[in-house]
Design a binder for this molecule. Structure first.
Ligand code: ZN
Length: 159
């Protein structure tokens, strides 16, 4: 396992669409493990493969309920609406309010290649949407309805 460098805004890899994983081999599992390690080191709640310069549809998330590894994640259902503050490891120091679904259902493959589904609400729904956006080259700043100033940022926990 290795810590990977997190690509920052301006790096074109963040604007590219990641390709589906066609074979879950040891290379893919190593990338997932590196992503998890990199996410934890940076105190993030999620990371998409684009952020470490890999254009494959891989996401890791941990909102405090354990590590989720998602291969080829896809939103299959969404419901409601929430507006909340969001940040991104690729855009340090910026926090913006983003409108997201209140609840989402995501279909994905686990590391054994088994098809699974996860339902997320609130922070988990937000993290799932944020990371899947990354796989499509979309950043939260594209969707932010308002950016927070320094004083407001101190009162908000970044996600
Ligand atoms: Zn991000």
């Amino acid at each position: 396992m290795a810590i990977r460098y997190v690509r920052k805004i301006g790096d074109e890899v963040l604007r590219k669409k990641a390709k589906p994983v066609t074979e879950i081999n040891s290379h893919i599992l190593t990338i997932l493990e590196d992503m998890a390690q990199t996410m934890y080191l940076n105190d993030g709640v999620g990371l998409a493969a684009n952020q470490i310069g890999v254009l494959r549809r891989l996401v890791v998330i941990d909102v405090g309920e354990g590590l989720l590894e998602l291969i080829n994640p896809e939103i299959v259902y969404e419901e409601g609406e929430q507006v909340g503050a969001e940040g991104c490891l690729s855009i340090p120091g910026v926090v913006g309010e983003v409108k997201r679904p209140k609840k989402v259902k995501v279909k994905y493959l686990d590391r054994e290649g088994k098809e699974r589904e996860i339902e997320g609400e609130d922070l988990l729904a937000r993290a799932l949407c944020h990371e899947i956006d990354h796989l499509n080259g979309v950043l939260f700043i594209d969707k932010a309805i308002r950016f927070l100033d320094e004083e407001e940022k101190e009162q908000v926990k970044e996600v």
